[in-house]
Design a protein around this ligand. Structure first.
Ligand SMILES: C[S@@+](CC[C@H](N)C(=O)[O-])C[C@H]1O[C@@H](n2cnc3c(N)ncnc32)[C@H](O)[C@@H]1O
Length: 288
């Protein structure tokens, strides 16, 4: 870990680095019910055949639970694709995007498919999702998750998204690029400003590519599991200025524990406030 670099970025965003390190090491686990397979009541009945103990996340309509005891991945609920283990923070970009049934969605950094599968579920297996992933091993995990969860509206493309000739044909685009991962358990251990700068270049490139695929009036959700200013608000602010994109307001009161991003852009999920991974999310609209 480069302690000096970590201190500097934490200072820039006004958070305590010790608090960050302690809290990302104690993040709650969550799962969501795959409502294409079972409903909330069936899930709660099936729970007694497992050793899981869970608590409903009440502010979401979708059945999402905090895992208090046990490992969902070791249960038949996981094997049958009845549930998906995912951090609560990682679900929010899709709940904020709200893809409609029969819409056309592009997910350009898709594996292992946590957001793709939730998107497919909200779209009730209708419409089309193109899930692009450049890493072969991660692509395999994506395909396996899609099969397990019974997603029928996703087409996977093993490809570098920056090498596709973009056409503005999608209603929604998800850009969830690689990041410095300061919001997740081991991110701080490998953090350096040098690596962050390289990632920021890649994030800008992927955001630009995603934008080119978006139809007029379409929406794009950008998310990272990191908390640095450079990879989040700064990047979005520059992008919005450059492209004339509209930034959509996200109502933080719908997600207790979340806060507005710096300069009022997007939303920030701070691990010890939101009780899940550290995330940044921004929703952009292409003016029609
Ligand atoms: C943060 S992870 C995505 C997590 C995923 N959205 C989810 O919710 O499960 C970023 C992914 O982007 C992929 N990636 C990076 N550069 C890419 C590119 N140029 N084209 C396509 N995928 C890329 C990485 O291999 C990695 O799997």
């Amino acid at each position: 870990m480069n302690r000096k670099d970590l201190e500097e970025v934490c200072q820039e965003i006004g958070i305590d680095s010790e608090l960050l390190i302690n809290s990302v090491n104690r993040i709650s686990k969550h799962l969501r019910v795959n409502t294409l397979r079972i409903n909330e009541q069936q899930f709660e009945e099936l729970l007694r055949f497992t050793e899981l103990s869970v608590k409903r996340v009440n502010f979401l309509k979708h059945p999402v639970y905090e895992v208090l005891k046990g490992r969902p991945g070791n249960t038949f609920l996981h094997t049958f694709g009845f549930v998906f283990s995912q951090s609560l923070s990682s679900m929010l970009p899709v709940f904020i995007l709200k893809p409609e049934e029969k819409s056309c969605v592009l997910d350009i950094c898709a594996a292992p498919g946590a957001k793709t599968t939730l998107c497919a579920e909200l779209m009730k297996n209708t419409g089309a999702i193109i899930a692009v992933e450049q890493n072969k091993k991660r692509m395999e995990a994506l395909v396996s998750n899609l099969r397990r969860m019974g997603m029928l509206n996703v087409c996977c493309w093993h490809k570098d998204a920056t090498q596709i000739n973009p056409k503005p044909i999608f209603d929604h685009v998800i850009v969830d690029p690689p990041c410095s991962s300061l919001g997740v358990s081991s991110g701080y251990k490998i953090f350096s400003k040098r690596a962050m700068k390289k990632l920021t270049k890649k994030q800008k490139l992927l955001l630009n590519v995603g934008w080119e695929f978006l139809k007029p009036n379409g929406t794009l959700v950008y998310s990272t599991c990191t908390l640095t200013y450079a990879e989040n608000e700064k990047l979005i602010e520059e992008f919005v200025k450059d492209k004339g994109a509209a930034i959509e307001e996200i109502d933080t009161s719908k997600f207790p524990g979340s806060r507005k991003g710096l300069d009022g852009l997007g939303i920030r999920l701070i691990p010890w406030e939101f009780k899940s991974e550290g995330f940044f999310i921004a929703l952009l609209r292409k003016e029609g």
